[in-house]
Ligand binder design. Structure first.
Ligand SMILES: Nc1ncnc2c1ncn2[C@@H]1O[C@H](COP(=O)(O)OP(=O)(O)OP(=O)(O)O)[C@@H](O)[C@H]1O
Ligand SMILES: [Mg+2]
Length: 455
């Protein structure tokens, strides 16, 4: 089993070196830091499983360091070293995310036991994560992809046709259009569904870590790589590898990925053995890869390899027919999840949602509905339950459309004032007309002119 990678943070030189030597002798990979600031530099630059943190040091205090470490990488387990008799600090630290604590002077046997527990826990979490990923992937069926538009129908058909093959698939679409949902569907209806689908987010890691995440590394591959690590490519053998945000792949790694796609061969970072893995690649991006190819930011040969089947998911505003069934789907889902009796939307609320243009696509619609279901007071979601009054996203969106022409700008302003008045007046036209200082007849005329009848 792989030994933990540990950072020892302790200002006392002799104590720090004693800990370091003991842990190294036990086979752990150890690095050290003499202050909070140094510790944070280390955590930013290297991978660690565990930070052993002396809580009381000059300079940054333990709590600050703890919070910052967790902010940089939430998955690091922080173990506090605290003076005997200061259990309150330990409790406080654990509330802030520390995993455990050990008292000074450190008893090596106690420390070993503690680290064994940490290790077991990490293995368990990892296994559960894989299991959950698999289950989640299997749970996805075509009924979970909700649509009514012809364009989505043809995409679903296409996906069903190509999923069983081993062809690479590139999913393109704006953020929140459902690329990941489709990736899971592809895996689930492929003959590989009994093997895992693993995801690598190509935008989230720096070059070194990304390469090691993909292909793994050998012991000693770079400073800090004291143990061998198996990459996702190897782990996904027989299954599917989902490369999310593939447009963010650094050029150096593009070369290695290309080689892998060409002959299924790869090497672990720092290794000289050539390995093989049978992996189906599905990738996704919200960037314009073709343009990136023209600009020399993405290798053309790799682009063609990834793009054997190309699926472009249109933004939600270009397939508004999908909005009503999606609304119904999310209302049902979140009513069930939250134990609420909500069954639908008022006519006005529904109209409003149909008019919106969703820069965040389906994810945004889903968030809006989730929030509305949670705050709704009766069985129908009303306009007040939509993020409309306070956030005025709808109004902001109207603003964005303004094109600089005086006539249009004045019209937009008028429209905006009318919308605001209608919201303030809870859709009572008489009151809204009063607020605006115009006759009710004039208001009705303008509502019609601006196609705001739903309000
Ligand atoms: N057609 C759909 N039917 C049901 N749910 C959908 C549909 N499309 C998207 N969703 C839901 O919308 C949310 C966003 O989808 P997903 O994460 O797949 O988007 P994405 O394209 O990968 O976005 P990003 O580029 O930001 O990663 C998810 O909760 C997903 O389940
Ligand atoms: Mg995604």
């Amino acid at each position: 089993m792989k030994k933990l990678e540990i950072l020892v943070v302790e200002d006392g030189k002799s104590q720090r070196e004693m800990l370091r030597d003991f842990l190294a002798k036990e086979g752990y990979m150890v690095r050290e830091a003499a202050s909070g600031e140094e510790a944070l530099d280390e955590v930013r630059a290297h991978y660690f499983d565990v930070v052993l943190l002396d809580y009381k040091m000059p300079g940054m205090d333990g709590m600050q360091v703890l919070k910052e470490v967790k902010r940089i990488n939430q998955e690091i387990d922080v173990v506090i070293i605290t003076a005997y008799g200061t259990i309150e600090t330990a409790v406080e630290a654990m509330k802030a995310g520390a995993l455990d604590y050990i008292t000074k002077p450190v008893d090596f046997e106690e420390l070993t036991l503690l680290l064994d527990r940490v290790q077991e826990r990490r293995v368990l979490i990892r296994e559960n994560e894989l299991l959950r990923q698999e289950l989640r992937a299997k749970g996805v069926t075509t009924d979970q992809i909700v649509y009514r538009s012809a364009v989505m129908e043809s995409i679903v058909n296409m996906v069903s046709r190509v999923a069983p093959s081993k062809a690479t698939i590139l999913l393109q679409g704006e953020s929140g259009t459902g690329k990941e949902l489709f990736a899971r569907l592809i895996h689930q209806i492929s003959p590989r569904s009994s093997r895992p689908m693993l995801t690598v987010n190509c935008g989230a890691l720096n070059e070194n870590l990304l390469e090691s995440e993909l292909f793994g590394h050998e012991r000693g591959a770079f400073t800090g790589a004291v143990t061998r690590r198996i990459g996702r490519v190897e782990e996904a053998d027989g299954g599917t590898l989902f490369l999310d945000e593939v447009g963010d792949l650094p050029l150096s790694i593009q070369v290695k990925l290309l080689r892998f796609l060409q002959d299924r061969e790869f090497q672990r970072l720092g290794g000289n053995q050539t390995l093989f893995a049978d992996v189906r690649i599905v990738s996704a991006t919200n960037r314009d890869l073709e343009k990136m190819v023209k600009e020399g930011k993405f290798r053309e040969d790799l682009y063609y390899r990834l793009n054997v089947v190309n699926i472009k998911i249109p933004p939600l505003r270009e397939r508004k027919e999908d909005i009503p069934p999606l609304i119904d789907h999310f209302v049902e889902k979140y009513a069930r999840e939250n134990g609420k009796e909500v069954v639908g939307l008022s006519g006005e609320a529904r109209d409003l949602l149909l008019k919106y243009d969703y820069p965040g696509n389906v994810r945004e619609l889903e968030n809006i509905i989730e929030r509305a279901v949670v705050i709704a007071r009766d069985e129908f979601i009303s306009v007040e339950d939509l993020p409309f009054g306070e956030g005025t996203w709808f109004l902001e969106q109207e603003e964005r459309k303004s094109d600089g022409l005086l006539k249009n700008t004045i019209e937009e302003l008028e429209k905006k004032m009318i919308l605001e008045a209608m919201v303030k007046a809870s859709h009572n036209q008489t009151r809204a007309a009063e607020i605006l200082g115009i006759s009710e007849r004039m208001l009705r005329y303008k509502l019609k002119k601006y196609n705001l009848k739903g309000f």
